[in-house]
Design a protein around this ligand. Structure first.
Ligand SMILES: *Cc1c(COP(=O)(O)O)cnc(C)c1O
Ligand SMILES: [Zn+2]
Length: 431
């Protein structure tokens, strides 16, 4: 229906490339690439109706919360998609978390409810579909864990060989276990995520290898559909604020692009303010936002929220566009704030992994600073599932969670297990 191309995002370059040209950054200036499409007029009402009707269809593409919105994806109608039924994640009302933030209502969009337990699946279905279309033989990524788990699963579905490069000893067992079970070749590198990223960029210069880190614009295309799904769940009424964690900043970029395209197509009438929350020890983007100076990477990123322990975020220019266009902000929260917010989200019966809890911690902070008003509509994006990092959870609840600086964190909402003999009397006494 539309003609899609890839285009460099640098304002003074904007070099255009064919949609199926295999490249990750602009070959002229090294800038990031966007997938863009011509000005086809869409009829907002009939699109909304079509997308809704697809929910009751049995077609694989219609069952997917990503491919259901395929009018906005750069593929022909008859493309064979690699899908695990991603997307279609719940939007929860979270009264305890709202109370904790001193907000009248708070909604949590739980992307941890994807097939491999994180939002990465919404991008991976599109990137691996593109990999297969290009005839790639080997798909690779560097990862703090969730991208690896997701790629391994989708590569297995597509019957593509898969290698993932992770920082040795720094990835949670649950995430590593997923990648191993899905049959990926797992390479543990001495160094942190940023050193993995450097290796992989060189590796992907080989033509048979396809790189699916979030620098890959097709990942962003899939992830942007979460904005569509969210807008639909809110009956096309955009919230005042959208708050999400920031690591490599692909997710923030994708939400920005998704909402921008919805606005341009007349499906929504304004943009939410997009606020990105980073862990204080891994916050180069927050520093950039505060100082409005050159972007400086963080040499030694530190946080227990391993999914956002990233010092050199590749997608920051796109994420910056999302934050500045929407009038949002970039803030930091401490390890203690993350740990407590995570436990509060758990008390809502929802739960998430540590990185996701930066959102509720961040909202609480923004309200106390009056940057968010109590009666505004706020949606936080939970990026990963509670079971992704149970080690962290067990330590928090047993009062033994140690922050990277060596300080023991307080278990303000701790709930430790109680050892008791198998005696009815003693158990009764405890209940
Ligand atoms: C990948 C990931 C993030 C960070 O997303 P970016 O796109 O890298 O900013 C946050 N939380 C979880 C659970 C993730 O898996
Ligand atoms: Zn360029």
């Amino acid at each position: 229906m539309n003609s899609f191309i890839q285009r460099c995002i640098e304002p003074d370059c904007q070099t255009e490339y064919k949609i199926d040209e295999r490249l990750y950054v602009c070959s002229r200036c090294g800038g990031l690439l966007d997938v863009v499409w011509g000005d086809t007029v869409v009829d907002a009402d009939s699109l909304r109706k079509l997308w809704r009707e697809r929910k009751s269809s049995l077609d694989v593409r219609d069952r997917s919360g990503v491919w259901r919105f395929r009018e906005f994806l750069p593929f022909a109608e008859d493309v064979e998609v690699v899908s695990l039924g991603e997307g279609n994640t719940p939007l929860y009302e979270a009264p305890r978390s709202a109370d904790y933030c001193r907000l009248s209502h708070l909604k949590l969009k739980h992307q941890g409810c994807n097939p491999t337990g994180s939002f990465k699946d919404t991008g991976m279905t599109v990137a691996v579909t593109q990999a297969r279309k290009l005839g790639a033989q080997l798909v690779v990524c560097a990862s703090t864990g969730n991208t690896a788990a997701s790629l391994a699963a989708y590569a297995a579905r597509a019957e593509l060989r898969c290698a993932i490069i992770v920082p040795g000893g720094q990835v949670s067992h649950a995430k590593l276990a997923q990648a191993l079970d899905y049959g990926a070749k797992v390479l543990e590198v001495e160094g942190n995520f940023d050193s993995c990223m450097n290796v992989i960029r060189e590796l992907s210069e080989d033509g048979a290898v396809y790189l699916v880190n979030s620098i890959n614009p097709f990942r962003i295309e899939g992830q942007k559909t979460v904005a569509f799904e969210l807008a639909e769940q809110l009956e096309w009424r955009v919230p005042d604020h959208l708050v999400l964690p920031g690591g490599n900043l692909g997710n923030s970029s994708a939400f920005g692009k998704g909402f921008r395209e919805l606005l341009r197509s007349g499906l929504i009438d304004r943009l939410p303010k997009i606020t990105v929350v980073q862990a204080a020890g891994a916050a180069p983007f927050a520093r950039f936002y505060r100082e409005h100076d050159a972007f400086v990477n963080e040499e030694h990123p530190q946080t227990l929220a391993s999914a956002i322990k990233i010092g050199a975020p590749v997608s920051w220019p796109k994420a910056w566009r999302a934050v500045s266009e929407t009038g949002g902000s970039v803030i930091t929260v401490t390890e203690q704030e993350i740990a407590d917010a995570k436990a509060v989200i758990g008390r809502d019966g929802i739960g998430c992994e540590p990185a996701s809890a930066t959102t509720v911690a961040g909202i609480r902070k923004l309200i106390s600073e009056r940057a968010i008003q109590e009666d505004e509509t706020v949606v936080a994006v939970l990026t990963g599932h509670l079971l992704k990092d149970t080690d962290y959870v067990m330590k928090y609840h047993s009062d033994s969670l140690i922050a990277p600086d060596g300080e023991r964190l307080a278990s303000n909402f701790g709930n430790s297990p109680i050892r008791v003999p198998a005696s009815l009397k003693m158990i009764r006494a405890l209940l």
